[in-house]
Design a protein around this ligand. Structure first.
Ligand code: BGC
Length: 403
């Protein structure tokens, strides 16, 4: 599935003229655009066509409270499927995928404008880090040094703290490839949100003609640190805002999961799903056993231990099918776990696209990642990144239809 980078022809450039030359930014990346780059203004866009006829469009999306420009990239393949990603939080704002009749709909919760993302607290489409998921009481110890992270989900730390990667403006650059691709980079400074080490992180999004959205992460650090990166898209294969995901059939390639305490911190056990409402080894409607769950708010919010093993084996982790539209999503990853979250905390308190309310269960999240609170559990795969090491990880979301 990985296509080698080949040089690509810039057949069509600039639907409308770009502004002043972009500032240069990024530690070792002289082509990266600085966050807030003023090279693009409201109403302007620039489109590049790859050798395979796919397109990559860059446009103005809004301004941060500090008046920095937020840029949106849209990757479109020859089937008409598109993925939009902005540099605020390296966030997927839209995925338009065909149903069994070829009709395109947006299948992720999100907004067509930037401003609502500032108020939203549910991580729609965002890149989450430095440590995705929870760390108990925000504490961990690394080489005898104790660290304290912000308790933004009391009594725990969640998704990197108050200002996690989802609330940062990332640098960006187009990637030379025969498929449309954009790379976002970010330097997370030593001590930021309590984490040790200057961490240079990059996330690349690409879309091929097999309707595969590939997300590739990489990172390096100058001090030992902990790292867990994921994407937090809420999928609704029937169309965002069209209803709930309770009738979706989910299959998880996991015989075991990590049970949690009342604050959603793993107890440390690795338990069989067999005979429990957590069993998704066969395609099962999300709503089939949801009422049997004790957790409040009721719903799935668990890390599943993927059968393919701990050691960076790449393979199929999850499948979702929406019987009504025929859309199907297959999730492949090299990560050891997947957090299946059924949107339990969504309240419908803010309107989404076309003013549709995103209510409880209106999207499901499949976060490929390490297990929650791994730094405090010696029996979980390690999330420590050492200086001199290069972290690499890939997740693919493949869209297709069932007839
Ligand atoms: C977590 C949920 C949390 C949600 C926030 C998910 O990754 O598992 O517990 O409420 O993120 O949007």
């Amino acid at each position: 599935m990985i296509r080698p980078f080949r040089g690509f022809a810039r057949i069509l450039a600039c639907a409308l003229a770009l502004g002043p030359a972009a500032a240069l930014a990024g530690p070792d990346d002289d082509k990266a655009m600085a966050p807030g780059d003023a090279g693009i203004t409201p109403g302007t866009s620039a489109t590049t066509t790859t050798t395979s006829g796919d397109t990559l469009t860059r446009q103005y999306f809004g301004r941060t409270p500090h008046n920095l420009v937020v840029t949106l990239y849209t990757l479109t393949n020859k089937n008409g499927m598109s993925v939009s990603v902005m540099n605020y939080g390296a966030t997927i704002t839209s995925i338009r995928a065909p149903d069994r009749n070829g009709k395109l709909d947006d299948v992720v919760l999100g907004y067509d404008k930037f401003t609502p993302y500032l108020a939203m607290r549910d991580y729609f489409g965002a890149t989450v880090g430095r440590y995705a998921n929870r760390i108990a009481r925000g504490r961990f110890t690394l080489y005898k040094v104790d660290y304290q992270l912000p308790l933004n989900d009391p009594p725990n730390s969640l998704h990197g703290g108050w200002v996690g990667f989802n609330r940062r403006l990332w640098n960006f650059e187009q990637v030379e490839s025969d498929t449309p691709a954009v790379r976002f980079t970010y330097l997370s400074k030593d001590g930021e949100e309590g984490y040790p080490g200057n961490l240079y992180v990059s996330v690349t999004f690409s879309l091929n003609d097999d309707n595969e959205l590939r997300i590739s992460y990489s990172a390096t650090t100058d001090k030992p640190t902990i790292l867990n990166l994921s994407n937090h898209s809420y999928f609704n294969l029937g169309g965002a805002g069209s209803g709930t995901i309770l009738a979706d059939l989910v299959m998880l390639h996991a015989d075991k999961f990590t049970p949690v305490d009342r604050t959603l911190i793993p107890t440390g056990e690795i338990q069989d799903v067999a005979g429990t409402p957590y069993d998704f080894r066969q395609p099962t409607a999300v709503g089939a056993h949801i009422k049997e769950l004790d957790d409040r708010p009721q719903g799935y919010d668990f890390n599943y231990v993927l059968n393919k093993g701990y050691f960076s084996n790449y393979g199929l982790a999850a499948t979702v099918e929406d019987p009504a539209s025929g859309r199907r999503l297959d999730v492949y990853t090299d990560q050891p776990g997947i957090q299946f979250y059924s949107g339990n905390f969504l309240t419908g308190s803010y309107a989404g696209r076309e003013r549709k309310r995103y209510v409880q269960y209106s999207g499901l999240v499949l976060e490929t990642q390490h297990y929650p609170d791994s730094p405090n559990h010696d029996n979980f795969p390690s999330t420590v990144l050492q200086p001199g090491e290069e972290f690499h990880s890939t997740t693919v979301y493949k869209f297709s239809v069932e007839n």
